[in-house]
Design a protein around this ligand. Sequence first.
Ligand code: SF4
Length: 412
Amino acid sequence: MVKVKFLKDIRKVAQMPEDEQARLLRVQDKYRFLATDYYLGLINWEDPYDPIRRIVVPTEEETLSWGRRDPSNEALSTVMPGVQHKYSDTALFLASEVCGGQCRFCFRKRLFVDKEKRETALNLPAALQYVRRHPEISNVLVTGGDALMLSTRRLTEIIEGLSAIDHVRAIRLGSKLPAYFPQRIINDRELLNLLERYNTGRQRIYVMSHFNHPRELTDVARASIGALLRTGAVVCNQTPIIQGVNDDVDVLVELMNELMACGAVPYYFFQCRPTTGNFPYAVPITRCYFLIEYAKYRVSGLARRVRYVMSHERGKIEVVGVTGKHIYVKYHRARDASREGKFLVFYRDDEAFWYDDLLAQRRDKSMIVTSSWQPHEADSGGVNLSRGHDSENASDGTGHPGIISQNTPSDN
Ligand code: SF4
């Protein structure tokens, strides 16, 4: 069995010249460095722009002042240490502050920087009690950090506890280990047995993988996905669009095709969050949109299920269209139920990196709001949703969905 080594000090990276190590020490002191020797071995060290290198090796631009510590304001959804409840049906357990590597563009790097805050101090009995008392929670995401870096014993406690709650139908494990440290998955029979045991017809385990680039999908990485699938788990992939890593149509096409081939369904493309230290990795919204759209033209409908979203404090804002003049977005998920399904139009801004940049258009009152239908009983957008031909149920009888109101800047 190949032994994988973790490196925490850039000075131990044998492939890197000493003068470069010395320059990057300053960055490492601010935002930790962590990688397995396996993952560092995937880098082409001759290429200073190698995408795998961009994922895990610091760059000096990270010290530029930009972004916020908690760009999605997760504090707002935190109901107790280690538990977030943002969307009514989903709870999140921050159960681990350990990863198989340190992604340079991590949006939760605060967990590893402000260690004294102990956001991952999950009190499992209290967390389970919270879920029990909220029958609307149908799925729980266990993450951190990396869920699969938890010991198999701790994972067993968490999964056992959750699976005993009838209304929990899906347990999600957020993990980049299939990329950083796939050996942990394929070599741990106990872990695979655990997943197999709790993938019942009544509940399902989903592994939310995090492949950013097709070169991460090595034979051993594919084998780890295969092993997860054989337990009955479903594997879905989410990745931010990162400058110098996957902000390229060909790379996205290859990533989607390779993910589909190994059984990890492309699920979300995320806008890189404006987190402290993330300046060198962020790509503007309109550029991301067109990269993704052009890539989607070249893949099957199966891969096109992926959505491009901004994980904002208000919800998951899906970018659904960009024209010469406008950016169209929709609340795919909303923290506040009154925004659920809402559709908005902003003037196109090619410099916008985040939803807040679009919302800033409010200030000059130029934002267009298309206040669309809300999926509440009282408003079906003018469409009869009942079965049969009961035309009295249609709210305006026109058959035209959506109530368009322009220039109502408060309605967002
Ligand atoms: S694996 Fe996730 S939590 Fe860990 S460093 Fe990467 S993005 Fe952050």
